[in-house]
Design a protein around this ligand. Sequence first.
Ligand SMILES: Cc1cc2nc3c(=O)[nH]c(=O)nc-3n(C[C@H](O)[C@H](O)[C@H](O)COP(=O)(O)OP(=O)(O)OC[C@H]3O[C@@H](n4cnc5c(N)ncnc54)[C@H](O)[C@@H]3O)c2cc1C
Length: 396
Amino acid sequence: MEFRDSPEETAFRQEIRSFIEQNLPQQRRHDEVMAEEYGPPADTERAKFIEDWKQALAGRGWIAPHWPKEYGGGGMSVGEQFIFNEEMARVRAPTFGGFGVTMIGPVLIMYGTDEQKAEHLPGITSGAVTWCQGYSEPGAGSDLASLQTRAVRDGDDYVLNGQKIWSSGAHRADWMFMLARTDPDAPKHRGISMFLLDMKTPGIQIQPLVNMANDHAFNQEYFDNVRIPAKNLVGEQNRGWYVGATLLDFERSNIGAAIGLRNTVNDIIRFVEENPDARVQANQAARLELADRAIEAEVGRLFSYRIISMQKRGQVPNYEASVNKMYRSEVQQRIAQTGMRLVGLYGNLWRGNTWAPLRGRLSHMYVASVSATIAAGTSEIQRNVIATRGLGLPRG
Ligand SMILES: Cc1cc2nc3c(=O)[nH]c(=O)nc-3n(C[C@H](O)[C@H](O)[C@H](O)COP(=O)(O)OP(=O)(O)OC[C@H]3O[C@@H](n4cnc5c(N)ncnc54)[C@H](O)[C@@H]3O)c2cc1C
């Protein structure tokens, strides 16, 4: 692994830094509330900044840095994406595109019809259209292939009935990409299809699910005879499992999240240095604990480097991506726990309270990070992957 940038990479990093310098006002750096995470910004001045920043990124194709330029992306190599994400995370810059950029866009580039590409890709790269993911159901999470939502062909449409759950951002999304069962008699992986669903279609009922951090981040949806035009089938009927499992060769190191951990550890250190009460809390044991967290955040960063160095060599990360995800999400929880111990009772203060340490970010992270080891594949599932594919152990 070569840690230093090549001359080309140095120039590219400089280009990104200049872009940030010109387009991201100083007071907006480290503005922790992301644009799409909690809905439209409350104040108009912030709303204008978000829109300007979005336009600046879209103008360069940088809402979708890893997509080919012909589809409105940035055409970046995996190495360039790594640098781009690293630099953006360093200043906690707002990002856009969500599931559209990371999941359905790449799937459409690979499997979509020309009509689907023309209809959907420009809205994603301009940041105008938001997507949600409709995979999980009450009886199908880790064992996703057990999903029961049915889509039955009827003339030019499919008719959808069933339920999805934990759909992040579905209440704000314009479209959902989703998996539904189209052949109940086939073996379970072979009877599933992928669809694009306009969230304004009659028959969709969205119910909010408010999480323990008091965020309305995800939802459950009920489908009652919802008609999906057959042109919105992605790939072939009954091949949705394989379409949905597609991972294109884009950046999987998640360096942004790793830098985020380091940023939070730095924030806690700064808080302890500046705050006499926290200094009292920071006895020898607590100092060692904080040092452990700093080291773990650094190890998380090195795991990201491992992934990117594999990708640069043309290898496809497999169990290594599971190691990365599992480790990072567990460290995130430990950092939040250490931080809460150090801020003491102030940790009970929430966002919006003047006295809340780190503007309430820590208290929020403490409760929100509980889900980190569940979302996008639980730690147990990641451990299974590491055991079987990484260590060659037999299946349990
Ligand atoms: C914050 C958040 C956002 C999410 N966003 C979305 C979204 O946008 N769209 C979407 O479709 N889904 C979303 N999900 C759902 C997520 O994908 C599922 O929660 C996850 O896959 C786990 O499934 P489950 O909740 O049904 O738990 P289950 O699969 O029922 O698991 C329950 C427990 O059993 C364990 N377990 C299950 N199988 C095994 C096994 N084989 N070996 C060992 N242990 C096992 C699990 O690790 C877990 O501890 C989100 C979840 C969270 C927490």
